[in-house]
Design a protein around this ligand. Structure first.
Ligand code: ADP
Ligand code: ZN
Ligand code: MG
Length: 479
């Protein structure tokens, strides 16, 4: 029997507002524990939440970017449960009337385009964080850090439209790219500002009736999401093949063991007793605001990628890499404007520049090489002032020092010998010094052409214009 996997994702994204969702505390990550708290986010009795308007705008932006319908009226609801990181005893979320619904995005997997439905996007507050065994002496201690309580989140719930771990990963990446392009979430999975729960089930191939799903939690990288889903699909197939039944439960991914293990079953599942939050009015989002935000949306990753392929004629791979961030895309476009050479510019930005940046884990905004400098370098190659090989050396210095290429070329005394007469003289010397190889070449050993190129380059300490060397050698060896 063959099986098909069915996957739906629930994604939480922290919004990059200055303050929290219902109070004025900073929402910034990484402060000393419990230094960004106040009576509202600590859940003291009698305090009142005040909704952060910026968080609403950010949530609407994301909803628009993934083609959702914005509900003119949505309602905050209390989701009741007890946990040490939730001092109020409930989380303010949205339930039966979310902010937005009925969206979709497109993903590409193995060269095929696929549409993934987005069921809903709602707003909610984050809970605090528990740090287990963080003392030097005793692992039995747990600590509560409430800096995160009340940080604004959106939850993006997908339709069960994905059929493989690759599709789930591509969907997740697409969502994160959009959030980061919109500058409303930093997308950092390790720090937990972008988190994902995966619902996974299997059914026999050809069936249209979904199987029982398990929900996977605790995956804090794209790699783990893929590994956890792949493991879970195999586990469910094995369970059914050996005569068992998949039960509805929540499972945790253990990254070091590469397995998922039960956390709680449906019987222990929470009954959250949702009810409308009495301290907040329903949220009315006016058409005027929606229209304004829609008109201000930046060009999104997918549209940019397709435009790069069409406008610049570069391969899909290049376009994908170059649009991986807005800053990199802007950088590349600045270089193309200067050089008028889309593919060569792509080779330099994607090849050399990114290689150096990736080695140091840096982004293009932290880089000393300006688009003008790299453009100048490309122009120097085009005009044969320096060879491609020299340019790579010059580039390394540009990268380390931030100096423009002309200054480095001058400093290093790099010039390319493009003078025909001068080169001719040098090549004649080289030929004269190697009579045996000349004879063998003339007798048909064509491979020796490379030997003469090498000798000429050696004689000029690599400064000869390679194209010219080729042409002259052909001419002189044929004599
Ligand atoms: P629950 O009520 O258990 O939270 P929902 O219907 O709200 O379930 O769906 C939660 C997530 O699970 C959604 O992303 C949805 O696409 C996904 N999902 C629902 N049914 C299945 C299934 N049979 N297999 C895989 N994913 C599913
Ligand atoms: Zn607060
Ligand atoms: Mg649900």
């Amino acid at each position: 029997m063959k099986y098909v996997a069915v996957i739906g994702l629930e994604v939480h994204a922290q919004l990059l507002t200055h303050s929290k969702l219902f109070c004025g505390c900073p929402a910034r990550f990484g402060a000393a524990p419990n230094t960004q708290v106040c009576p509202v986010c600590l859940g003291m009795p009698g305090v009142l939440p005040v909704l952060n308007g910026k968080a609403v705008e950010y949530a609407v932006m994301m909803a628009l970017a993934v083609n959702c319908k914005i509900n003119p009226r949505s309602v905050f609801a209390r989701k009741n449960y007890f946990y040490p990181d939730l001092p109020k005893g409930y989380q303010i979320s949205q339930y039966s009337e979310p902010l937005a619904e009925h969206g979709s995005i497109e993903i590409d997997v193995n060269g095929e385009r696929k549409k993934i439905g987005i069921t809903r996007i709602h707003m909610e507050e984050d809970a605090g964080k528990l740090l287990h065994g963080e003392t030097m002496e005793d692992e039995a201690f747990s600590f509560v850090d409430l800096n995160r309580t009340g940080v604004p989140l959106i939850e993006i719930v997908s339709e069960p439209d994905m059929r493989s771990a690759e599709e789930a990963q591509a969907y997740l990446k697409a969502l994160r790219d959009i959030l980061v392009y919109l500058k409303i979430c930093d997308g950092n999975m390790e720090e937990g500002s972008f988190r994902c729960d995966a619902n996974v089930s299997i059914m026999p191939e050809g069936s249209s009736k979904f199987g029982t799903k398990a929900e996977l939690k605790n995956m804090n990288s794209f790699k783990y999401v893929k590994e956890a889903i792949e493991y879970e699909i195999r586990r469910q197939i094995d369970t059914i093949e050996s005569g068992g039944k998949v039960i509805q439960e929540t499972r945790l991914f253990d990254a070091s063991a590469g397995v998922t293990a039960p956390m709680r079953s449906k019987e222990e599942a929470h009954d959250y007793r949702y009810f409308p939050e009495p301290d907040l009015l329903p949220l009315y989002v006016e058409d005027k605001l929606v229209d304004k935000l829609r008109s201000e949306l930046p060009e999104l990753p997918r549209a940019k990628r397709e435009r790069f392929m069409g406008e610049y004629g570069i391969p899909a791979y290049d376009a994908g890499v170059l649009t991986s961030s807005r800053e990199l895309a802007d950088y590349y476009e600045a270089v193309v404007r200067n050089t008028g050479e889309p593919k060569i510019s792509s080779n330099w930005v994607m090849g050399e520049l990114l290689r150096y940046l990736n080695e140091e884990g840096k982004t293009v905004s932290e880089c000393q090489v300006s688009p003008e400098s790299i453009s100048d370098l490309i122009k120097m190659i085009k005009s044969s002032a320096i060879s491609g090989k020299m340019a790579k050396e010059v580039f390394e210095d540009m990268y380390r020092t931030g100096k423009p290429p002309a200054a480095i070329v001058k400093e290093k005394g790099i010039t390319q010998i493009s003078d025909e007469k001068e080169l001719k003289g040098i090549i004649e010397e080289v030929i004269k010094a190697n009579p045996e190889n000349l004879a063998r070449y003339k007798a048909g050993k064509d491979k020796l052409f490379g030997f003469f190129v090498g000798e000429t380059m050696k004689a000029t300490r690599g400064q000869a214009n390679p194209q010219l060397v080729n042409n002259l050698l052909k001419e002189l060896l044929a004599k």
